[in-house]
Design a protein around this ligand. Structure first.
Ligand code: ZN
Length: 419
């Protein structure tokens, strides 16, 4: 198959896209903007050279289908949209690797691969403008909360339904895109890691086990304001002291959980003046784990700790859930195939969970067997113009991802049931 695959062409096309859609601050392919529309037109020009059917669904997702001998579909996904001042690889690497795989399949199987292969460019994965990620894929999976999305506004005060109307999308019909998942039998997605794990292990590629579940809460400690000069230390009801004890505690909770992560991302105090003991301290806690039981344990431990610290400090504590999502473990067979594809390509593999959410999480939630492959990110950074990956690693990831596509087709032909 390698005679038909040209990973160097993917790297050249990524550079071509960068020249077309980046400015001095980075990628500007924000969904539903003129640059994004231009990006889509450019993508279509690449697909036109192939015998594929291309259309945009009700949610604005672009689908390009190479019909195969079976109606069963292998889906390959990514997103051309970026955050403002974003990196040159996030999302579009996946799509352009998919285009190269379509070319290889077309050449090798004379326009008719064993199963139908569909490339999808999800609309507005980043949620940069309206603050809601995974728009197109969550509409397709059926998980999009219509009432919440209907009320979203951007910084200019433009409502999401109006912004969609400008690019020809009827908001009230976006969930009709769910019909695209008919016959979907497997979903694979390549992505830059966006973190430092593969970099620290000095490995180019990793097989992704799933996306983390998330528990996001606000924790408020209620004490008593008192004069900072006249109140002896042993008489204080210091809300900040109790909250501050949570900081080292969450590191221990995360360590006990295995691979979980915990973050206190904000802290506000009232009255918030230099001459008063803190009356009220509100912190936010974000906890993530791939295992739902361990995630529940991390949350329970944080709650117990907050109550203990509140009692010690003679203050009160209250919790408010801000957001939550369940972990989305990927398909075991596909993880094994991903692992195998990477080992055949570069000898060594590492299995890792994904901290960030991806469109793959929505497809997995819809019941389609799913896996992702990660390629090393230099600096362990994304959503920034310095986001980068070594060119040799970009070429390796296209090769390994193509192997995964071929192995997945073989797996599908062996008769795995569709959902
Ligand atoms: Zn992405």
């Amino acid at each position: 198959m390698s005679t038909f695959l040209n990973p160097k062409r993917t790297v050249a096309e990524l550079k071509e896209l960068r020249a077309l859609t980046d400015d001095k601050n980075g990628a500007q392919r924000v969904a539903f903007t003129p640059v994004w529309v231009k990006t889509r037109a450019w993508l279509r020009s690449k697909l036109e050279a192939l015998p594929v059917e291309t259309h945009v669904d009700e949610a604005g997702n672009l689908w390009s289908t190479l019909r195969g001998e079976s109606e069963k579909c292998l889906l390959i996904g990514g997103h051309m949209d970026s955050v403002p001042n974003g990196g040159w690889l996030d999302g579009c690497l996946n799509v352009l690797a998919g285009v190269e795989i379509l070319r290889r399949l077309n050449a090798q199987y004379h326009g008719k691969p064993p199963v139908t292969v569909r490339l999808v460019d999800w609309a507005d994965e980043e949620g940069a403008r309206f603050g809601k990620s995974l728009f197109g894929s969550s509409a397709c999976s059926g998980n999009l909360d219509m009432n919440e999305a209907r009320g979203l506004v951007d910084k200019q005060g433009i409502k999401l339904p109006d912004a969609l109307k400008n690019v020809g999308i009827d908001f009230e019909r976006v969930k009709d895109s769910g019909k695209e998942l008919k016959n979907a039998a497997a979903y694979i997605e390549l992505h830059i890691e966006q973190g430092p794990v593969l970099l620290d292990l000095d490995l180019p590629l990793g097989a992704v086990l799933g996306t983390f579940g998330v528990e996001r809460h606000a924790i408020t400690f209620h004490g008593q304001a008192a004069h900072s000069g006249s109140t002896p230390m042993n008489r204080r009801k210091d809300a900040f002291l109790a909250a501050a004890k949570m900081s080292p505690e969450i590191y221990q909770i995360a360590a006990r959980s295995g691979n979980g992560v915990c973050t206190i991302g904000s802290c506000t105090t009232k009255p918030g003046i230099v001459t008063s003991v803190v009356e009220e301290c509100r912190i936010t806690l974000d906890q993530r784990h791939l295992d739902s039981k361990k995630l529940a344990t991390m949350l329970a431990e944080a709650k117990a700790a907050s109550e203990k610290f509140a009692k010690e400090g003679n203050v009160r504590v209250s919790w408010e859930r801000l957001w939550q999502i369940a972990p989305r473990p990927f398909n075991d067979d596909l993880i094994a195939l991903c692992d195998e594809s990477i080992r055949e390509t570069c000898g060594k593999v590492h299995r890792l969970p994904s901290g960030p959410l991806h469109d793959a999480a929505e497809v997995a939630a819809a019941g389609v067997p799913t896996v992702m492959m990660f390629v090393q990110s230099l600096h362990g950074i994304s959503h920034n113009k310095i986001e980068d990956t070594k060119e040799e690693h970009l070429e390796l990831c296209v090769t390994a991802f193509d192997k995964l596509a071929e192995k997945t087709m073989t797996w599908l032909r062996k008769g795995v049931k569709t959902n």
